[in-house]
Every structure is written in structure tokens, then in C-alpha cells.
Design a protein around this ligand. Structure first.
Ligand code: NOJ
Length: 768
């Protein structure tokens, strides 16, 4: 009976996709009830199990084709599939799901996975921008919106959050994470996991999260994407692993292994990472997927002899799912037959995948209800949250002479200048532009929306910006964002002259410079942090007109803006602000929102300073020693803007730092409080940050470490007592001498303030 109905329906599907909605209703009303994962396992053949350990590519992947060759429809029909990568068209999702649910022997639904990193349709600011808000609650709400939108189109698994600590701005993927700090990184990791997954069990409005890239990817040699990382164990525990641990503690359903070699062993086959840390130390029960093609790449790394060896080396250390390389599909069954891999190992690897599908409700509701998509994607509330997120994440870096906020009532003409001034998709960054972004408001449009018709707003593009070496992603059909076209000879000069002329006839200039989307993200590392492609020249020429200039940066990493920091009165870091970018930036420029973003990274003066991070150790010649002001002889070794820095249109004072005890027993907690006052004349928010330093111990400890923060909104003149608690979790560290976590009976410093140079100081001692 079932197969009869099936054949009628599949005929309809093949010949008339307009019937998909009827088909959905028919099938969904006959949806299965969720089985028990153990029962399902008992019925499965070894091939069916291995198919569950495989993520099939939803687009042509040469390695998969070489190894497996069989079209994915056929694999799904014969064996089912654990997951399919990068299919986000709901019709195609339903088509493939029908094959799995109706045509495969055990009717196990597919888990569709996609990079929903900063939104699916509503595109929020890029993760580094969201981290600049220091507002985990807002971040959680944003990722809940992203989850709802993704789930509405059939994506039940996102490859996010990306929590790689990044201390080197040359590395292109700094944009995808929360910056350089493990404490802030952990808070952002937790918030994102809760946003994506909701509270357990994951309901039909949420998706499974996948924390990535486990681990150490951010320390790629020279900041070159994919290069090896060499990270001593103490730095892994103290700096690189904490955001992953926070995600695991928040219940993240899955982990993704990283691409690179960690200390000479590729992360995807690394027993220390995948077994000792993840399964033994953390007792993690979810499943681990490789990065795309990373199982097969174990051969390229020179770690595996061939595909058979690669499958073995990844699987035997606990990597459950092979993303898109087909290596498990081709080799694992043979290894079971030869007895190299046991049936029990396979079952243990498959079980969490089946359980995840059950938890998601995929057995009961495998299909996309297309009638639900539009209302979910086109929600005014989501757009409004995206705009708030921009307001919260913009960082005001400089505001000499209080040139900002601009006065709508006094300005008669504005020049918006620069290759990012009227950009739309480029405001989204690479991942945002990959999905199905809502219409993007450019900075030019945002300013026009704000001002109405009474003010003349003119635009001049200036020179186009392009990568010197094109992005590999430009050739991907699904990547809609592209390079700016090449300019004809002389075109850049003409564009520069036109920009200068436009500036001359305006009251004020908003200059939007930085990086197009393809200049940050995966495979987008760079050796220099300079404003590229004639932008520095444009900046200097426009500044030379004498008009007041507001530099708005659109970018994924700190850039070398040393000249601007001395010559341009206002600098606003907008990052990739998402599809409400223009509106949110205009809100800040005209004072409808008071900026309170703070940097999640130390901002270098030049790429020669990187890696640069505030939580370095104290050296024998500290920077505050009178005779030793820099580690370099040509420039200061201090950042241009310190970690945690950000200005506001108001000012705050910090007083009355109190510690509950001057001595505390190891294992107990102490409380720190401080009074924060808004000393300016308008309401605003600041980020109150608490840093500690352990003065001596079994290892040298960083000069400062962030151990608490709160974003606080205060009316003008208002005062608020902020409370922090320092407990064992904040006071412990992994000691390279003891080779374990320790809390030591030592003297500690405490500072509280608005950035990592905070001066308000206290101290306490830990005793046995
Ligand atoms: C490669 C990237 O490194 C990873 O972050 C992403 O999730 C996968 N491709 C899948 O798109």
C-alpha cells in the first residue's frame, strides 16, 4: 500500500513540482513517530550505518566524485544519509528528504546542514561585531532569529558558532569569531549555542549548533589560513579551549574538527583533541563532524597514506561524521569486515547522530512547510533586532572635538564617499551573503533614510577595491558577493578627483572604507593591514579638503588606520554590519543611538606588531618600566586602541572599588563591586570590565586577564553599583609545571574600568 502511494507521489514530484505542497501535507500527515535510536540501530546494515556517518555534498565536490562517484540521490535511496551539506532551497530539501523518508529502507530523515553564522535572511552584524556589543543576551536573541529562519526552510543544523580565539589580524577568519579573549569568547559561545538550540530538547523553531573549529585554527602560522598551528598545551587549556568548553557546557549538539595541523597532528585525526580532551576530559556525548573534505585531506597533510588510512585515522580517534569527502563511505565498511574497526565502534558513532535527529523531531516532521517560510523570514521584529544589533556593536574609536553625533538640523549637505559607501552585499560579509539575505540597506541609503529630502546627500565611489589574488569563492555559484570590477586605466584617478570635488561642495564627509566581503573570512588572510587599493590616498586627499571627515570602517579585522588616528576627527568601526547596516550606522552617526561597542581585539598600529594581544605575560623589561618604553625601536609596542576600548557620546566614571575580603580561602569566592556613574549629559551604555593578575606562582601569568564584564545602560547623571564574583573558575589556570589546573595561594591584582588599561585598582590574597 505504502509503495503504491509512493510511486504515484514520486511521479507527481518528478513531473510537477507545483504539487510539492500537497505532497507535503499528504506525507506529513503520515509522518512516522520517532523510533528509539537503539531499535533503529539493530535494524541497520553496516552500509546504512556508514551512510549516517556521512555528510553528502549538495554541490559538486571533486574528492567526493573521485572516491564515490555515485550521485547523492542514489546513495540516499539505497542507504539513507546522515546529512547533506549546503542545500538550502526548500524545494530541493523536500525532494531529497522524500527520497530518504519514502524510498530508503529505514526511512531515516536527513539532517540538512548549512553555515548560518550571522543569519539566514535577517543578516546580523558579523560575529566579531556581535562580540563588540559585549551583550550575550542580545547575541542569544539574534541567533534565535537565525535558527527560526533556517529551520523554516529546512535547515536543522548550523555550522556555528565559530569560537576560534584569534590574536593575529592577518588571519582572515578573525571576523567569524569573538576576537582574542577566552573569557569573552566563552560568553559569546554560550550565548550563541543557547540562541541556536534554545533550551533542551531542541524544538521546531531551533537548530542544532556546531561549535568550530576544534581547535587552535586561529593560531595559524603567519596568519595564513589553513597553516599549521603550534600551541603549547598550557595555551590550549588557558586560551584556545575555554570557548569550546563553554559551548559544550551549554549543551552544544555537535563539534567540527579544524583543518590545520595542531602541533604536527591534523586536528581531524588528532587523538589528543578528539579523544583525550573532548571525550575523556570533557565527557562530551554529542557528535563530531570534520570540516569539509578534511578527512580526505589527511592524505594531503602527509598524515595518512591513502583514503583507507585517512578514514581509519579520523574514525578511530572519535570523528563521527565525514563532511563531504566520501572517505568513510568508501572505506569504513571494508575496515569493519577486516575487523580493524569493530561493529560496536560504528554503533557508538552512529547513535548520537540518530539521537540528534530524534531530538529535532525530524522523524515526525521531516519536510519543509513552504507556507510557513514567508512569515518567518519577513518579520519586522527580526529586522528591528538586526538594527538594534548594529547600534550595539558599532565601536566609536575616535571623536575629536565631538564632531559626532552629526546634527541633522544644521547640516545642509553630506558627501558619502568610498567604495563601501553604497555597498550592499559587502556589508554582510561572506557567510551573510551566502544565504538568502533580506534587502541590504547601504550606508548611503541609511543616511538618506535618516535625513529625508531637506539635506543634499551626494555619493562618490572613489577607486574600486579588489583583492590582488582573487578569492577561490568567487567561482562558487552560490556565492553572490563578488569583487568590484576592474577600473579602466585612469579610472581610479578620475574617481579620486570626483570624490574630492564632492567633498569640497559638502558640509561634512562620511568616508566608508575597508574591505569588501571577500577580503575577510575563509581563504582571505593578508600580509598587510593597510587600507588597500587607493583607499589611503582617497582618505588623505579627502581630508586635505579641510572638510570634517567621519571615517566609517567596514571590515572583518582591525586595519592599519594610524594616519587616520592622527588626522581624521572621527572613526567609527562598523565591521560587516549586516542587512540593516546602513540604518544602524546612520542611527549612530546622527545620535539616535549612543555607541557602546568595545573592541574584542587589541587594535594593532601595523601588521608588523601581530600577533598582538593584551593578555601577554610580563617580561623582564615591562612596558611600564621607565627606561624601556617599547619592545621595538621604530614604533610603540602598544596597540593603537587597546582590547576592550570604545567611546560613547557620554562619559563614565568608576569609583569605590571594593572587595568583599582582602584574603580568601582557595576554593571560596570573593565579591568585587564598583560604582559606575554616567557623568555626561545624555543616556548611554558602557561595558564595565574586570581584569585580574596573579603576581607569582608555578608559572608566569598574563599581565591582565578579563574575568568579568557587564554592559550597563545609565541615564545621564545616574550611578549604579556593579557586582562581580571571582570564584574558583575565574582564579584557576592550567599550569605547565604542575600539568594540571591549579589555584595558587598568591597575591592578585584587580582592575575595573572601560578597557584593558583600566586604572582603578584593588588587590587580594588567596590562602590555603
Ligand atoms: C569550510 C569552513 O572551514 C567551515 O567553517 C564551514 O563550516 C564548512 N566549510 C562548511 O561550509
Amino acid at each position: 500500500m505504502k509503495s503504491f502511494r509512493l510511486s504515484i507521489i514520486s511521479t507527481i514530484v518528478r513531473f510537477a513540482s507545483v504539487f510539492l505542497i500537497f505532497e507535503f501535507i499528504l506525507f506529513d500527515s503520515n509522518a512516522q513517530t520517532a523510533p528509539h535510536a537503539g531499535d533503529l540501530l539493530r535494524q541497520m546494515t553496516i552500509e546504512e550505518k556508514i551512510a549516517q556517518l556521512s555528510q553528502l555534498p549538495g554541490f559538486p565536490v571533486p574528492e567526493y566524485t573521485q572516491q564515490v562517484g555515485t550521485p547523492i540521490d542514489e546513495i540516499i535511496r539505497k542507504y539513507g544519509a546522515g546529512s547533506v551539506l549546503w542545500v538550502s532551497d526548500p524545494k530541493e530539501i523536500n525532494r531529497l528528504q522524500h527520497i530518504a523518508v519514502e524510498e530508503s529502507r529505514l526511512h531515516i530523515p536527513i539532517l540538512f546542514g548549512l553555515d548560518v553564522v550571522d543569519g539566514y535572511h535577517t543578516i546580523f552584524p558579523a560575529p566579531i561585531a556581535m562580540a563588540s556589543s559585549w551583550d550575550p543576551e542580545m547575541v542569544e536573541h539574534a541567533q534565535a532569529v537565525a535558527a527560526r529562519e533556517a529551520r523554516a526552510v529546512g535547515i536543522a543544523w548550523t555550522f556555528a558558532p565559530m569560537v576560534d580565539v584569534a590574536r593575529d589580524a592577518r588571519w582572515g577568519r578573525m571576523v567569524e569569531g569573538a576576537g582574542e579573549d577566552p573569557f569573552l569568547g566563552a560568553a559569546m559561545a554560550r550565548a550563541q549555542v543557547l540562541g541556536f538550540q534554545g533550551r533542551q530538547p531542541v524544538d521546531s523553531e531551533h537548530v542544532l549548533a556546531c561549535v568550530k573549529h576544534f581547535a587552535g585554527y586561529g593560531a595559524a602560522d603567519g596568519g595564513r589560513d589553513y597553516d599549521s598551528s603550534y600551541i603549547p598545551e598550557e595555551l590550549m587549556w588557558n586560551v584556545y579551549l575555554p570557548p569550546f568548553k563553554a559551548a559544550a557546557d551549554a549543551g552544544v549538539a555537535t563539534f567540527m574538527s579544524a583543518y590545520m595541523d595542531l602541533n604536527d597532528v591534523p586536528a581531524t585525526g588528532n587523538p589528543w583533541l578528539l579523544h583525550d580532551v573532548l571525550r575523556e576530559a570533557w565527557n562530551y556525548k554529542g557528535f563530531v563532524v570534520s570540516d569539509a573534505n578534511a578527512v580526505h585531506s589527511l592524505i594531503t597533510h602527509g598524515y595518512a597514506r591513502d583514503g583507507d588510512d585517512a578514514a581509519y585515522k579520523a574514525f578511530s580517534v572519535g570523528l563521527n561524521m565525514d563532511m563531504a569527502s566520501g572517505t568513510y563511505l568508501k572505506y569504513l565498511a571494508g575496515q569493519v569486515r577486516q575487523g580493524r574497526v569493530s561493529a560496536q565502534q560504528i554503533d557508538e558513532a552512529v547513535l548520537p547522530i540518530l539521537e540528534a535527529k530524534i531530538r529535532l523531531g525530524l522523524f515526525e516532521h521531516p519536510y519543509v512547510d513552504e507556507s510557513r517560510i514567508d512569515p518567518v523570514l519577513n518579520s519586522a521584529e527580526s529586522q528591528s533586532l538586526a538594527r538594534t544589533a548594529v547600534q550595539c556593536s558599532v565601536v566609536l574609536l575616535r571623536n575629536e572635538g565631538k564632531i559626532l553625533p552629526l546634527d541633522k538640523n544644521r547640516i545642509k549637505s553630506i558627501a558619502v564617499i568610498g567604495p563601501l559607501g553604497d555597498a550592499d552585499l559587502d556589508l554582510l560579509g561572506l557567510w551573510g551573503a551566502l544565504n538568502k539575505p533580506a534587502p541590504t540597506v547601504s550606508i548611503l541609503q541609511g543616511i538618506k533614510n535618516k535625513l529625508g529630502t531637506g539635506v543634499r546627500v551626494e555619493f562618490a565611489h572613489g577607486p574600486n577595491i579588489r583583492r590582488d589574488i582573487p578569492s577561490v569563492f568567487e567561482d562558487y555559484p552560490m556565492i553572490t558577493v563578488k569583487e568590484q570590477p576592474k577600473q579602466a586605466p585612469g579610472g581610479a584617478k578620475r574617481a579620486l578627483d570626483e570624490a574630492v570635488a564632492t567633498a569640497r561642495r559638502s558640509d561634512v564627509v562620511v568616508l566608508a572604507l575597508g574591505e569588501i566581503a571577500l577580503m575577510s573570512g575563509e581563504a582571505a588572510s593578508r600580509s598587510s593591514l593597510k587600507l588597500s587599493g587607493g583607499q589611503e590616498e582617497l582618505l588623505e586627499a579627502v581630508s586635505a579638503t579641510g572638510k570634517p571627515v567621519v571615517l566609517v570602517l567596514v571590515n572583518g579585522r582591525p586595519l592599519d588606520v594610524s594616519w587616520a588616528a592622527d588626522h581624521v576627527p572621527a572613526i567609527v568601526e562598523a565591521w560587516y554590519p549586516g542587512n540593516q547596516g546602513g540604518n544602524g550606522v546612520a542611527d549612530v552617526l546622527f545620535g539616535d543611538a549612543n555607541p557602546a561597542g568595545h573592541l574584542p581585539v587589541s587594535w594593532p598600529r601595523t601588521s608588523g606588531q601581530v600577533p598582538l594581544y593584551y593578555n601577554h605575560n610580563r617580561t623582564q623589561a615591562p612596558e611600564d618600566a621607565p627606561d624601556f618604553t617599547s619592545r621595538y625601536w621604530d614604533i610603540s609596542s602598544q596597540p593603537l586602541y587597546p582590547f576592550g576600548f570604545g567611546l560613547s557620546y557620554t562619559t563614565f566614571s568608576f569609583e569605590n572599588l571594593k572587595l568583599s575580603q582582602s584574603e580568601a580561602k582557595i576554593g571560596s569566592s570573593l565579591d568585587v563591586s564598583v560604582d559606575v556613574t554616567n557623568t555626561g549629559s545624555r543616556a548611554g551604555a558602557t561595558v564595565v570590565q574586570l581584569y585580574i593578575h596573579q603576581r607569582a606562582g608555578s608559572a608566569s601569568r598574563p599581565v591582565r586577564e578579563l574575568k568579568g564584564f557587564q554592559r550597563v545602560h545609565l541615564e545621564a547623571g545616574a550611578k549604579y553599583a556593579v557586582q562581580f564574583r571571582l570564584g574558583p573558575k575565574e582564579l584557576q589556570y592550567w599550569s605547565p609545571s604542575a600539568k594540571k589546573w591549579v589555584i595558587e595561594p598568591e597575591q592578585f591584582d584587580v582592575w575595573v574600568g572601560e578597557d584593558s588599561t583600566a586604572g582603578l585598582h584593588g588587590e587580594f590574597r588567596l590562602i590555603q
